[in-house]
Design a protein around this ligand. Structure first.
Ligand code: COS
Length: 382
């Protein structure tokens, strides 16, 4: 067992950390307060190779692997969780197209995502009535000659107002066929009939863009089908397995920032004639935070390593996402408590971390869905 990072992994982590400290941390509070989409920052991340960390070089990616991707996500989230989720979804979209796309689809779209020519990619799976249960989706794709015609609503679409390309799931058979009549398509931003709907006014990750979409008679060429007809649900599940490593890494990044700030505050803040960090009540809070943070890190890096080495990793990614997101929420809560009243106002970044961490228990599959995925594998194990 080797816990050392490779030279490439250490380089990706350190390069990202340096960028985050210089470019993201100074603007993160402003991005949050103004809900400013971080277009310039995303472009700079693309220039560093961070929009295709686990994507082959011939498609413009960094080909640095999944562990490096997890490390980079953690660093970006440490500075700005909104930028991190936007980066995560764009990486996921690039990976899905690289893995399941035809040669034409791969060469047409992936380099635009990795280079930053497209500021973002979007993943359009969820619908107003199909969140944890995407197999019940109602958006349809009807074959019409050399085209498919898409109709229906999508919900909670990260970067939907900015995406150059959307990976979209739609029903290509009877509703009663459930998950076996769902296909996956690539739809370019700006396609006629693709309407950008309500902008969500979120509790946290406010600089990320979250919108509803509406497909109204959206005609796309038959060649926009990604993978097999009616084979889309498995693509979604496999993409989400990988995506969960990204969100787990984001949760670790947010918690890392929170703990750093609570530690600094505990050393600085004086009550009863000494720094509050001298009190065991505070020390134990910080010790529990650090322990849970490191446990989460090991789970996440192990899931990343399994994926990187072509091993099954769905259960491990779900465990990593479940534990890291729940631990992150416990950590930000304790770190806010260490700040006392100052944790409850916007003067200190902990208030933002507290809001940003909350969604990691919800998106890319709720904690309850992760338990379903884990339990199914545990109970079916021979
Ligand atoms: N990898 C590959 N294939 C998978 C898979 C995976 N991780 N998980 C399921 N499948 C396959 C199954 O093997 C099954 O294949 P067959 O049709 O050949 O039998 C098919 O997909 C349907 O699987 P299943 O019956 O388990 O589907 P369910 O509708 O019961 O869904 C859960 C299971 C709950 C796990 C799934 O709906 C899920 O992940 N929901 C959460 C969605 C989510 O994360 N949304 C957030 C989006 S981002 S904001």
């Amino acid at each position: 067992m080797d816990f050392e990072l490779s030279d490439t992994q250490a380089l990706v982590r350190d390069t990202t950390r340096d960028f985050v400290q210089k470019r993201l941390m100074p603007v993160a509070a402003e991005l949050d307060q103004k809900e400013r989409f971080p277009a310039a920052e995303l472009k700079a991340l693309a220039e560093l190779g961070l929009m295709g960390v686990n994507i082959p070089e011939e498609l413009g990616g960094a080909a640095a692997g999944v562990v490096a991707y997890s490390l980079a996500m953690t660093e970006v989230a440490r500075g700005c969780a909104s930028t991190a989720v936007t980066m995560a979804v764009t990486n996921m979209v690039g990976e899905v197209i690289a893995a399941f796309g035809s040669e034409e689809q791969r060469s047409k779209y992936v380099p635009k995502l990795t280079s930053g020519e497209y500021v973002a990619g979007s993943f359009a799976l969820s619908e107003p009535e199909a969140g944890s249960d995407p197999g019940s989706m109602r958006t349809t794709a009807r074959r019409d000659g050399d085209s498919f015609v898409l109709d229906g609503p999508k919900q909670w679409i990260t970067s939907g107002a900015y995406a150059g390309v959307f990976v979209v799931w739609a029903r290509t058979g009877e509703q009663s066929a459930g998950t076996r009549a769902i296909s996956c398509f690539l739809v370019e931003g700006g396609t006629a009939g693709l309407r950008i709907g309500k902008h969500e006014d979120k509790m946290g990750i406010r600089a990320s863009n979250t919108v509803a979409l509406s497909f109204e008679n959206v005609r796309i060429p038959a060649s926009a089908l990604l993978g097999e007809l009616n084979g889309g649900f498995k693509i979604a599940m496999m993409a989400l397995d990988g995506g969960r490593i990204g969100i787990a890494s984001q949760a670790i990044g947010i918690a890392t920032a929170a703990l750093e700030e609570a530690t600094a505050y505990a050393k600085d803040r004086r009550q009863f004639g000494r720094p509050i960090g001298d009190f065991q009540g505070i020390q134990w809070q910080l010790a529990d935070c650090k322990t849970e943070l490191e446990a989460a890190r090991v789970l996440v890096l192990r899931a990343a390593w399994l994926k990187e080495n072509g091993r099954p990793f769905a259960k491990e990614a779900a465990m990593a996402k479940l534990y890291a997101s729940e631990a992150s929420n416990r950590i930000v809560d304790r770190c806010l408590q260490v700040h006392g009243g100052y944790g409850y106002v916007k003067e200190f970044p902990i208030e933002r971390h507290y809001r940003d961490a909350r969604v990691t228990r919800i998106y890319e599959g709720t904690s309850e869905v992760q338990r379903v995925v884990i339990a199914r594998q545990v109970t079916s194990a021979k």
